[in-house]
Ligand binder design. Structure first.
Ligand code: AMP
Length: 214
């Protein structure tokens, strides 16, 4: 199964992609995760991406397309994948189509668009915390750690992603609004788009997606 998850930052793409990856045994490919690990490893790619990410802006298309092309060439992506955070522009969507057709001889099965109102997105994102040591994710309201500010797994002090701070969250949403309409129209025109209401619990949204996948 070759899937794309679209939706604003905070819509739950990462969480839903993890569940789809588990249930269908396909890799969860997140450009945001790949870029964050390049930034923390201080690679050339990370240096190129860092400033854009800290501002809440998009990393330039050619950079993200190159990284994604490389990732999709790995063996584990040949039999399917769930893409989270890519494409974010029509140019990226066109490149994805080309990469799949030319390099893999495949095409996308479905593009799932998770729809969540903006006030809910801000609440979800500003409450997110991560463990810098083991990478586990928490939320101050929906998935709080047992002891305030500490990771349940390893006891490290939890941190907030720089780009989950409210001013950056607003910029990320603004950038999303600018790019989403043309991207959604693009996938609607080719008949791949399915809209899913992303409100409700993680499990409820997951069930809705599984029902659609059949
Ligand atoms: P995410 O974790 O998907 O919200 O991505 C975090 C940040 O990484 C975004 O705010 C962008 O700066 C950058 N990023 C991730 N994916 C892309 C993409 N497909 N195109 C451009 N920038 C991206």
């Amino acid at each position: 199964m070759y899937l794309v998850l679209l939706g604003p930052p905070g819509a739950g793409k990462g969480t839903q992609a993890d569940l789809l990856s588990r249930d269908h045994d396909i890799p969860h490919i997140s450009t945001g995760d790949m870029l964050r690990s390049a930034v923390s490893d201080k690679t050339e790619l990370g240096e190129e991406a860092r400033e854009h990410m800290e501002r809440g802006d998009l990393v330039p298309d050619e950079v993200v397309i190159g990284v994604t092309r490389q990732r999709l060439a790995a063996d584990d992506a040949a039999g399917g994948f769930v893409l989270d955070g890519f494409p974010r522009t029509v140019e990226q969507a066109e490149s994805l189509g080309d990469i799949m057709e030319q390099d893999m001889g495949r095409s996308l099965d479905m593009v799932i668009n998770l729809d969540v109102p903006e006030t809910e997105l801000i609440r979800r994102m500003t409450g997110r915390r991560i463990c810098p040591t083991c990478g586990r994710n928490y939320h101050l309201v929906f998935n709080a750690p047992r002891s305030l500010g500490e990771c349940d797994e390893c006891g490290s002090d939890l941190i907030q992603r720089e780009d989950d701070k409210e001013s950056v969250v607003r910029q990320r949403l603004e950038v999303y609004q600018q790019n989403s309409k043309p991207l959604i129209d693009y996938y609607e025109d080719v008949g791949l788009l399915i809209n899913v209401d992303g409100r409700g619990s993680v499990e409820q949204v997951h069930e809705k997606i599984e029902d659609i996948l059949g």
